[in-house]
Design a protein around this ligand. Sequence first.
Ligand code: ADP
Length: 471
Amino acid sequence: METRGETEAELRRARDAAEAANAAKTRYLVAVSHEIRSPLNAIYGYAQLLEREGAISPVEAGQVIRRSAEHLTNLAEGLLEIARIESGVLKLRSDIVPLPLFLDHVVDMFQMQAEAKGLTFNYVAKGRLPRLVRTDEKRLRQILINLLSNAIKYTQAGSVTLSVSYRSQVADFEVTDTGIGIEAEDVERIFEPFERGNSPDAKAQPGIGMGLAITRLLARILGGEVFVRSAPGEGSNFQLRLFLPEPNVAPASDPEVSPVTGYAGSSKTVLVIDDNLSQTSVMISLLRPLGFEVFTAAHGAEGLALADLCEPDIVLLDIQMPGLTGWEVADRLRAKHGTALPIVMVSANAHDYRAGGDEGSSHDAFVTKPVDLEALLDVIGRQLGLEWQYGLKELAPGEAGTGPLPGSAGPFFDKLRLLAKTGHVREIETTLAQLAADVPESAPVVALLREHVRNFDLRSLVKVLDHVDLR
Ligand code: ADP
């Protein structure tokens, strides 16, 4: 039993938190109206001057009015963006991003801008970067654009450098400049909405002080953080650390990668609770061929009962259902089975979005409808720690498998199998060249094997070797 003292302390804490939130909201609204007022005043003033014909050149007035309108538009967009992030409505995408290529595009975008200002732009990729990562591409681009455009904006001479390194699913980006730097007392403040640097050099640059606020919020919802190290006159160093997992499911749209056909280990059971029949049948036809046992329930109560009977390894749970909502079902499942039973919420309503997976939450992940099958497999794989198995790439007629190959190809295949085990990619390439030269009929198979070598996909290479027919 809670004592009265404890209850009062709790109430006091809740009241203090509510008051603090209210005060923050008021400060925010004051800042917003201040921000809106200055461009509005400019528009108002210049419009009146225009009305008094001859008081001012229309071109000059037009410029001020246009700039003020742009400022207001940026402000409205920034405010909406912050509101979307903070309310959790922002729908994060789970894109498979070709990281090196993506960064090349970002670099291209800024190289010219920097050079036009007489700055040197450097791009340094430290060590190996994964070919593909999974994240929200647009948001990642937005973060980098904010940091890089600031670096160029607040640097008058010298250089801007973007460097990237990657380790254990985490990417470290650094944007370093030789610009005006930041005063110690501004370092934390500038991440708040509308806060700008106080130095005259900072104020001399146009801006509304929203970029870093959005950058930090975005970085956090993408599973990361932004830090800054800087001193006035000594340039700045912004560090962005982000969780950028390599996808463990081959994207169906990437023709170079073969699709998932199953997973290693014992069969797993999935319980799908959804009142929409077509949704459950999509799940069944996706998951059964991959070796999952799938049970379905059309509403929450049935799902709860079935969970006791079928002992699922994971639950896919719709939110809007007749009777108990998905959230209520999740709470009950969690209360009964604990965190050992992962729960993935599946919803068509972006307003429902809650990432999940944190302490105290009843679900572990969130997938939006219409369900992106790759994203769903990625979530299931991660929740269950599955090791996916990939099938053979479909061969176009005549591309390979054009009938049995001469027995003289046999020794080459034996050697390739051995080399694949030890991972000797160079030797594999040499052996493939010899095979192509000695046994011309093997050209289509060699082409396919080369593709797997290029992707460092030795598992698929071995599968092809196991399937070749010898005369
Ligand atoms: P804005 O640039 O529109 O003012 P930001 O939120 O992007 O808004 O940045 C907030 C403030 O942080 C800037 O006004 C500036 O004082 C400081 N700042 C950001 N990036 C840099 C940088 N690379 N060098 C120096 N100051 C910076």
